[in-house]
Design a protein around this ligand. Structure first.
Ligand code: 3PG
Length: 306
């Protein structure tokens, strides 16, 4: 019997685990559950004899891959796979996949929610501002970016996007104004919402040069990864501009300094919450289980990322 491990330091909603179990039961596979683990040793032990692994932001390092003697496939139930050591997977002929799009709406709703919240002074009772007619720049028009645009339209925002990998005609068809460069996006838009992946090219790519160009009363919204921000540049902009605000799904490393000095100009979730909805958990968890079954039974490698 094939053994499938779901290892989630931040557990799925119970309904998602039920769905995963249903998919695996139907295939005649066994579900092994490792939730809320705090010790890496628990993960190393749990992967020893499993055929497949489902994770969220859990770190699948070379050590984990080496410990998993029977592993054939690892699926990141989510979009960003910066937590997987792809080289280690490839070296052992292990297929790595993600489940793109499955949790995107949840992330987009949080982005807009944080924008409303910061525009209202985090609900401090004083007059805030509205999103209607404000310029929103979407930095990367992928699965999350598209949902952000769709929701922002409902708020009556004026929406721009920069994405060199997406056809401009497609953006225009969606009612979005495509811009030619990342510089143009940041200098045009009062709100910028980041949706780029974290990789060698993007890490620390958003810093002083871009942020200092943002129009008056700028708000940077980050539901992507903290690693894409150059925090030295971020702190410099905070210090120079008292109209600059930053909201993020998981705090930057320089959180303490921002919290100590810049009250009312930030909001950070205590734990990564973007994809933390029952719907997103069900969609991503179910997709991960189905992709595993389809790979093992039929060799289907759609969504392979290595
Ligand atoms: C993703 O990349 O899909 C999101 O960041 C969600 O991450 P999570 O599964 O750890 O909530």
């Amino acid at each position: 019997m094939k053994k499938i491990l779901v290892a989630t330091e931040k557990p799925f909603a119970p309904a998602a685990v039920t769905k995963i179990k249903e998919v695996l039961d139907n295939a005649g596979y066994e579900l092994v559950l490792l939730e809320k683990y705090t010790d890496k040793a628990d993960l190393l032990k749990a992967v020893e004899d499993v055929d497949a692994l489902i994770v969220r932001s859990d770190k699948v390092t070379k050590e984990v891959i080496d410990a998993a003697k029977n592993l054939k496939i690892v699926v990141r139930a989510g979009a960003g796979y910066d937590n997987l050591d792809l080289d280690a997977c490839t070296a052992k002929n292990i297929v790595a996949m993600n489940t793109p799009g499955q949790n995107s709406n949840a992330v987009a709703e949080l982005a807009l929610g944080m924008m409303v919240s910061i525009a209202r002074g985090n609900y401090n009772g004083k007059p805030g501002t509205e999103l209607r007619y404000k310029k929103l720049g979407i930095h990367a028009y992928g699965n999350v970016g598209k949902y952000v645009a769709e929701i922002a339209k409902g708020f009556g925002m004026d929406i721009y996007a920069f994405d060199p990998f997406v056809d401009k005609a497609k953006m225009e068809k969606d009612g979005i104004k495509p811009l030619n460069s990342v510089e143009e996006l940041y200098s045009t838009c009062q709100y910028v919402s980041i949706h780029i992946p974290a990789n060698d090219k993007t890490k620390k790519s958003i810093g002083y040069d871009l942020l200092s160009k943002m129009p008056k009363n700028a708000t940077l919204v980050n539901t992507a990864r903290k690693e894409v921000i150059n925090e030295e540049g971020l702190l410099k902009v905070f210090a120079e501009r008292d109209d600059f605000k930053y909201v993020a799904d998981i705090a930057p490393d320089c959180k303490d300094e921002i919290e100590a000095k810049y009250e009312g100009r930030y909001f950070f979730t205590p734990k990564k919450m973007g994809a933390q909805t029952a719907e997103a958990n069900i969609n991503a968890g179910k997709a991960a289980a189905e992709q595993i079954v389809d790979f093992i039974e039929n060799g289907n490698e759609t969504f392979k990322v290595n």
